[in-house]
Design a protein around this ligand. Structure first.
Ligand code: AMP
Length: 147
């Protein structure tokens, strides 16, 4: 088996995230691979829809979310020795941003949790499921169980 060269950790900052981050770090060491991290802000206020405005778009709130997410991402990245240029903060749909960022940066392994903030209701979390279906590279879903 060839060594992985670029591993992308998908971090949702959930309580199980540490186990996923540790697995990604361990794999990066074993494979002497570059390790990057991505977080997607997927809940920006909706400004307009087919049915008209629902929630007024609040620039300050979006800025606040971005700033806070950036801080959390930097903190996690620092604990994993990931430099700033390998920290990706995106907005939009989590799975599609993970897949497109992986393609853009020649990632050959995506590491994510089997479940995240949305809980254990599904056999496999919806983000993990969609990434598995759409990614062109290998995907490792770290099995997370309810404690
Ligand atoms: P979920 O589908 O929400 O159960 O999440 C499964 C896994 O997908 C999580 O453990 C994370 O690794 C990843 N993930 C979910 N949402 C995000 C997000 N907004 N940003 C980055 N990774 C995410």
């Amino acid at each position: 088996m060839n060594n992985y060269q670029h591993i992308l950790l998908a971090a949702d900052f959930s309580e199980h995230g540490l186990a996923v981050a540790q697995k990604a770090q361990q794999l990066a060491k074993q494979h002497q691979a570059k390790l990057s991290v991505i977080h997607i802000i997927d809940n920006l206020p909706i400004s307009d829809t087919t049915y008209g405005p629902i929630i007024p778009f609040d620039m300050d709130l979006s800025d606040l979310l971005m700033t806070s997410a950036k801080k959390q991402l930097a903190k996690l990245a620092q604990s994993l020795n990931i430099p700033e240029q390998q920290q990706y903060l995106e907005t939009g749909s989590a799975y599609s941003e993970i897949v497109s960022t992986a393609e853009e940066h020649n990632v050959d392994l995506i590491v994510l949790g089997s479940h995240g903030r949305h809980g254990l209701a599904l056999l496999l979390g919806s983000t993990a499921n969609s990434v598995l279906h759409h990614a062109k590279c290998d995907v490792l879903a770290v099995r997370l169980q309810d404690k």
